[in-house]
Ligand binder design. Structure first.
Ligand code: ATP
Ligand code: MG
Length: 416
């Protein structure tokens, strides 16, 4: 790119020099003033701003060369036909997100752009477009809408609904933790979003506080279908086999294991871990590195959430426990089953689906032949009251007692 592309290059260059601490704003402004004055003088040879900055010893030529690709990247990012650049919104591990105005419809949109380092990675590009297509299938008030996916000048963009507000992650960071009722309100909305996605054959696979946006009207929206993939996309699943996609703090055990048939229950685990973080102010499992965290997701029992927040109801603790059960067969089978319990606890009633699962687990534990794995994936009620309040538990005990008495009678009769 030649510097004659004008204003954008100059203002971006000036801004970057100040941002990177290479010179003060005053020094840059002084050079820009000279540059402007020179460009107004007929007959004089116009120096580029870069040359001027070097001649004034504001930057060295090697510093300028290092800045050139950054300025160029910034220039192409901003030049999307039909859109007007406004400002950056944020950056994640994989991409940057900017606020633009879509001129045809005169509306604000969020545009996610793949960084240059990924544009030569075919698999990554495919994944980026898969995200767009997956999200484009969904239409729900609690899901950030996907509007377009395209490629301009070799750069890849994903246009989505702009959500004015904060992410749950930012809110946790600011206020430490949510009240139980606030957390239930957000979780219910995300569970509705998951219910919609799952019914359309899509698994999000990256449910976490950073991907839940809270609008200024306080409604929750599930963002970033970045790791989404149709449930029946076996080919893509095979390609990813053995790789742990997802974010370690909220990732399900089956994703860590790189299982091919990851389904909606992985999102229920992620939502349970997110709810845990919301109500306790801490992640369920921490560690010095991602693999230590993942190891705990696989092996360690979930620390009871009321240990960190004693004001939590039994109901919400039971919901978290069932969501975060390591064996997905013992989790809520669907988002609608989870919703039943979330709404019951919000009304101050017990979570009947969770209790039913505890009853089943207690019954299996009583069957001598039934195996309930205890370290990974067992539903182990943390509150002993759950067992003793269960009617099925007492039916089983009485049954065993009657069988025992009958056996004794037979033995006595045979002996006499
Ligand atoms: N639709 C949107 N509307 C408004 N802001 C958004 C939108 N999507 C993303 N953002 C902002 O851009 C940031 C980066 O989003 P991105 O999805 O790339 O990463 P992330 O989810 O924050 O983190 P990670 O890469 O770890 O998953 C977000 O944290 C959020 O602040
Ligand atoms: Mg995100």
């Amino acid at each position: 790119m030649s510097e004659s592309t004008g204003n954008h290059f100059e203002t971006t260059l000036g801004r970057l020099i100040v941002e990177k601490g290479l010179a003060t704003e005053q020094e840059v402004k002084a050079c820009m003033k000279i540059h402007k004055a020179e460009s107004g003088c007929e007959g004089s040879k116009l120096r580029s701003l870069g040359d001027l900055l070097i001649s004034q010893a504001v930057v060295t030529s090697s510093q300028l060369e290092r800045l050139r690709p950054v300025v160029e990247e910034s220039g192409t990012t901003r030049n999307i036909p039909g859109y007007e650049y406004i400002r950056p919104l944020g950056a994640g591990a994989m991409a940057k997100v900017y606020l633009f105005k879509q001129l045809s419809l005169d509306r604000l949109v969020a545009v996610k752009m793949l960084p240059r380092k990924f544009t030569n990675n075919k698999r990554f590009i495919e994944r980026f477009y898969a995200e767009g297509k997956a999200a484009g299938k969904l239409n729900h008030p609690n899901i950030v809408g996907a509007l377009d996916v395209f490629n301009v000048g070799g750069k890849h963009y994903f246009v989505m609904e702009y959500v004015e507000g904060k992410s749950v992650y930012e809110q946790i960071t600011r206020q430490k933790r949510y009240s139980e009722s606030e957390a239930l309100g957000v979780t219910i909305q995300v569970a509705w979003a998951l219910d919609h996605a799952h019914k359309n054959g899509l698994v999000h696979r990256d449910v976490k506080p950073k991907n839940i946006m809270i609008t200024v009207e306080s409604s929750a929206k599930l963002a970033d279908m970045g790791l989404a993939r149709p449930v029946d996309d076996v080919e893509a699943a095979e390609a990813e086999k053995g790789k742990a996609y997802g974010t370690p703090y909220y990732i399900s055990p089956e994703q860590i294991r790189g299982m091919v048939d990851v389904d909606g229950r992985a999102d229920i685990y992620g939502l349970g871990a997110t709810l845990y973080h919301m109500v306790t102010g801490q992640v369920p499992f921490d560690g010095s590195n991602p693999s230590a965290v993942m190891h705990r997701h696989l092996k360690a029992p979930v620390p009871p959430p009321d240990q960190f927040n004693p004001s939590l109801s039994d109901g919400i603790c039971e919901i978290i426990e069932v969501c975060m059960t390591k064996d997905r067969d013992s989790r809520y089978a669907s988002a609608s089953e989870l919703l039943e319990d979330l709404e019951a606890v919000k009304r101050g009633e017990p979570p009947t689906q969770a209790r039913r699962k505890f009853d089943l687990a207690a019954l299996s534990a009583l069957e001598p032949s039934a195996e309930v794995p205890r370290s990974v994936g067992a539903v182990v009620p943390q509150k002993s009251a759950l067992l003793t309040t269960s009617p099925l538990f007492w039916v089983a005990i009485i049954g065993w007692f009657i069988a025992f008495v009958l056996l004794m009678v037979v033995v006595i009769l045979e002996g006499s």
